[in-house]
Design a protein around this ligand. Structure first.
Ligand SMILES: *[C@@H]1O[C@H](CO)[C@@H](O)[C@H](O)[C@H]1NC(C)=O
Ligand SMILES: *[C@@H]1O[C@H](CO)[C@@H](O)[C@H](O)[C@H]1NC(C)=O
Ligand SMILES: *[C@@H]1O[C@H](CO)[C@@H](O)[C@H](O)[C@H]1NC(C)=O
Ligand SMILES: *[C@@H]1O[C@H](CO)[C@@H](O)[C@H](O)[C@H]1NC(C)=O
Ligand SMILES: *[C@@H]1O[C@H](CO)[C@@H](O)[C@H](O)[C@H]1NC(C)=O
Length: 677
């Protein structure tokens, strides 16, 4: 059976093969590096022509390849005899298929030898007609040919701050692996830093870290780190890689990258981005902001390599001393279909916007909190996976709630990327800065240090395994609140966006529960009982739709929801939560939550959390599902959407429901796979 991983791998190989067609890494001489040159086709018949390169040990690249398609039984053909003849094997075409060849005109294609055969195991590669045993064109592999392959170079030199590593591996022209990397994280302004010249110097450039951040490096404790050179840069353009402190101009440890390494070309596609405004700062590998101040206004362009359902946020910090979300004045920019938005938001709490005791709190549109939308949208386009949104606002806006964009001093900024929820409101951010970022907006000398985007790595991170509680002896569930666990956690497990917090039931992150009709169950609720809190007031509710957040729905939306438990209605018809309990809150305990995606399992992630519980007695939600309950209902929070997950309501504890679920999942995966093929 094809398991999920195999399917994903096949997809990866396929996309990798396709993206070879547009790789764009350049060599020192400005030529695009395509691998090691094998030669031109010797042309005998049917207008065969083109050049052949070895991309790696298994893969050939044919460039400007032509063939008239008139052979009757003609294939790509390779073998180990002295010259092309009947002894050989078919090499599948660029789609991995062994059909009789069609016409090609001036095409670039990559071909992978079948059955893990290596280029060094063949002597020739040909366009060959099997029936007539005619060679239409061929190329010979030289004796002792050394195809490109990842190259191991030295370890990082150990100079200071405990920097060290195992031997560094250049995986391809843009990708560097640093195994067992150690660094104490104590440098002030320290980065992965590359440049040319005899030794590391401050004349270099930052390389985004393994997560695409350009922030100063954190501490690494023997971690395998893979970094990618930015924009068009390749290992052929640099002489060294250093762990470099820019502030003190100190090299903490480095490695020399010699010229002419025989490595595979990069699979990455470089996406050119035209310079729009004179100032630009790269916030993350996937996100940059450029701007210009002119007269009383600032024009800002946000460009991000984001999904169609992602927003870009940028604005002024809520604090004068550091970058802080609370109190910030930000723009949330996104596209819905082709319509762009650059909406002015006010952040009063790290929570989705909602009324807390009659007042709007959280990440709210200015217009909702009595302010004005001070942004004027200029343009918004999505092209090649990149959203570019330009807007303008006056430096001092007419909305007294807005912050002023200062031109006489630096200012702290905040930024983030994340997904829009089902109401097109920003959900918890996925990508955001850890430290402080200060910008001089009115620069006397313009500074443009943005790079081209490179095709994002395929996001193949598997969600954590879904937990379920399927045990007829369990009638009590302890429910508390904890971090939702990045892309592999709540988002990956449910496909829904997250507020950053989620329910933990009996120690599991959003398990699917199985409740039998007619039995009585108790939820011991520890979701917080302070209604003044914008972030941690979570009575539990059970409804027939997956989102919850009942309190924040409009009356119309509320009327469409069937509440099964956790809400009562006052005499005036207002909903009131019943299952309120003291707070038990799981926290990261100082660990950077941006590394959540690095945990392969929930269990390992869970071990890094610390749960603090208020000592009061639990709140209780008692439920007895009956015949009127639908087969699938959801537990959630009364106040915020998307914190809980499924309850299967069953008539008997039999496992076939779960099996059916797995089957439908497999069918879904296969359908995706074949659609891609
Ligand atoms: C650096 O390494 C030494 C031993 O190799 C260790 O004692 C020390 O704690 C390390 N320092 C930091 C900051 O990790
Ligand atoms: C944001 O809302 C708070 C509280 O409602 C208000 O004091 C502040 O002026 C608002 N800021 C903006 C930028 O609208
Ligand atoms: C920007 O700064 C320059 C000098 O630093 C100043 O002359 C100019 O007025 C400033 N521009 C704005 C719009 O404040
Ligand atoms: C997660 O950690 C909590 C303690 O913090 C523990 O009670 C629970 O069993 C753990 N869950 C799993 C699945 O390991
Ligand atoms: C079935 O459950 C619903 C929701 O909990 C409840 O309102 C209803 O009264 C119950 N019906 C019966 C017949 O017990």
């Amino acid at each position: 059976m094809m398991d999920k991983l195999t399917v994903r791998r096949s997809i990866l190989v396929l996309t990798a093969a396709i993206s070879f067609l547009h790789y764009g890494s350049t060599q020192e001489d400005g030529e695009v590096y395509k691998g090691k040159y094998l030669g031109k086709f010797n042309a005998y018949h049917h207008q065969v022509s083109g050049d052949v390169y070895a991309v790696d040990e298994y893969t050939l690249l044919l460039t400007s390849f032509s063939y008239d398609g008139n052979g009757a039984d003609t294939f790509f053909w390779a073998g180990a005899t002295n010259r092309p003849g009947p002894q050989g094997f078919i090499v599948p075409n660029e789609w991995g298929i062994t059909n009789v060849l069609d016409r090609y005109f001036n095409k670039d294609i990559t071909l992978t030898l079948p059955d893990n055969k290596k280029i060094t195991e063949i002597k020739w590669f040909a366009i060959y007609d099997l029936t007539s045993q005619n060679t239409f064109g061929d190329v010979y592999i030289p004796e002792e040919f050394d195809p490109p392959a990842p190259q191991k170079i030295s370890q990082l030199t150990k100079r200071s701050h405990n920097v060290s590593s195992e031997s560094i591996v250049i995986i391809d022209a843009k990708t560097i692996s640093i195994p067992q990397f150690i660094y104490d994280g104590q440098g002030a302004d320290t980065y992965f830093w590359v440049g040319s010249g005899p030794q590391p110097s401050s004349k270099g450039i930052k390389v985004p870290d393994e997560h695409g951040y350009l922030d100063p490096l954190r501490a690494y404790n023997s971690e395998d780190v893979i970094i990618q050179l930015p924009g068009e840069m390749t290992v052929f353009n640099i002489d060294w890689l250093s762990i470099f402190d820019v502030e003190t101009k100190t090299n903490f440890g480095s490695v020399v990258i010699s010229n002419g390494l025989n490595v595979p070309p990069s699979l990455v596609k470089v996406k050119k981005h035209a310079k729009a405004y004179p100032n630009c700062i790269q916030l993350h590998k996937r996100y940059h902001v450029s701007w210009e101040i002119f007269g009383p206004a600032i024009t800002i362009q946000l460009a991000g390599q984001v999904g169609e359902d992602e927003y870009m946020a940028f604005g002024l910090s809520g604090s004068q001393e550091r970058s802080q979300m609370e109190g910030a004045d930000v723009t949330i920019a996104y596209l819905i279909d082709t319509r762009g938005y650059a909406t002015d938001y006010n952040i009063t709490a790290k929570a989705p916007c909602g009324k807390v005791l009659g007042q709007y709190r959280g990440v709210c549109k200015d217009e909702l909190v009595g302010g004005l939308d001070s942004n004027q949208l200029h343009t918004a386009v999505r092209e090649d996976g990149i959203n570019v949104i330009t807007y303008r606002r006056t430096l001092i806006s007419s909305d007294p709630g807005d912050k002023e964009y200062p031109t006489d001093r630096p200012v702290y900024i905040v930024w983030a990327l994340g997904r829009l929820d089902e109401n097109k409101e920003p959900s918890f951010h996925d990508v955001y800065p850890k430290g402080d970022l200060k910008l001089v907006l009115n620069r006397t000398e313009h500074e443009y240090n943005c790079m081209d985007f490179t095709e994002s790595d395929q996001d193949l991170s598997e969600p954590w395994e879904k937990a379920e509680i399927f045990d007829k002896s369990i009638r009590t569930f302890k429910a508390w609140i904890g971090p939702s666990g990045g892309k592999k956690g709540y988002q990956g497990m449910t496909g829904q966006t997250s507020t950053g917090l989620a329910w933990y039931i009996n120690g599991q992150l959003i398990p699917e529960l199985y409740l039998r009709r007619g039995l009585t169950y108790n939820f011991k609720v520890h979701g917080g009982n302070n209604p003044h809190s914008a972030t941690t007031y979570h009575p539990i509710i059970i409804t027939d739709e997956p989102h919850g957040g009942y309190d924040r729905l409009s009356d119309t939306a509320q009327s469409k929801v069937r509440v099964l438990a956790g809400v009562e209605f006052t005499r005036r018809g207002r909903p009131r939560p019943t299952a309120v309990g003291p707070l038990c809150l799981g926290k990261h305990n100082g660990r950077d939550r941006r590394l959540d995606d690095d945990f392969p399992t929930f269990k390992k992630f869970n071990r890094t959390l610390v749960v603090n519980c208020e000592s009061e007695e639990s709140g209780i939600l008692e439920v007895t599902p009956n015949s009127t309950w639908p087969d699938t209902v959801y537990y959630n929070s009364f106040t915020h959407a998307n914190m809980g997950w499924k309850i299967h309501v069953v008539d008997a504890y039999a496992k076939n429901g779960a099996i059916a679920f797995r089957l439908s999942w497999l069918v879904g995966v296969l359908a995706v796979f074949f659609r891609i093929l």
